[in-house]
Write a protein that binds this ligand. Sequence first.
Ligand SMILES: CC(C)(COP(=O)(O)OP(=O)(O)OC[C@H]1O[C@@H](n2cnc3c(N)ncnc32)[C@H](O)[C@@H]1OP(=O)(O)O)[C@@H](O)C(=O)NCCC(=O)NCCS
Length: 157
Amino acid sequence: MADLLVKLYALPPSGPIIEKLKAGGVEIKRAIGPEKRVVSEWAQNTFSKAWASECEVALSAQPATCFLAVKNSIIIGFACYDATAKGFFGPIGVDETARASGVGKALLVRTLEAMREAGYGYAAIGWAGPAEFFKKTVGATVIEGSEPGVYKDMVKA
Ligand SMILES: CC(C)(COP(=O)(O)OP(=O)(O)OC[C@H]1O[C@@H](n2cnc3c(N)ncnc32)[C@H](O)[C@@H]1OP(=O)(O)O)[C@@H](O)C(=O)NCCC(=O)NCCS
């Protein structure tokens, strides 16, 4: 899977997207250190060991480079940056039961906004599975010849 590139100076504003979710009881918030284990265990149980590892990297930074979607104090989604490489967005995941209601888009836009605030001009989306989601929501474009990119030579479990 190829990597994608996002222009951080051309993002849609996160405010209205986040407000809409709030009305349905979903909050988008930056994770903090004490949540590290809960987040990584959730990511492992819901997705994979690799994503749990990336959550641990993101939650070891200060401030954490991980955002959560939370409903009734329960995680329903997450997104990280600077977890695989500097300037990389991802991973992102939303619980299956909470998909198709705007949670992924809110996490994506808020996290990319945080990357812009951190000083980046562009974000790379590594190993972008659902490329159409990223193209549609934030105008991401394919980085030609980027596969397997930074993931080459990864050790196997
Ligand atoms: C990809 C993912 C994060 C999307 O989360 P979501 O909460 O369902 O997405 P949203 O409801 O915010 O969708 C926003 C828009 O993108 C579209 N979209 C969502 N997933 C899509 C997909 N796989 N392909 C194409 N379009 C998609 C939606 O239709 C929606 O369009 P609209 O604004 O016109 O209604 C979620 O499906 C997921 O966790 N997938 C498994 C993990 C994964 O593959 N992560 C990415 C790897 S880096």
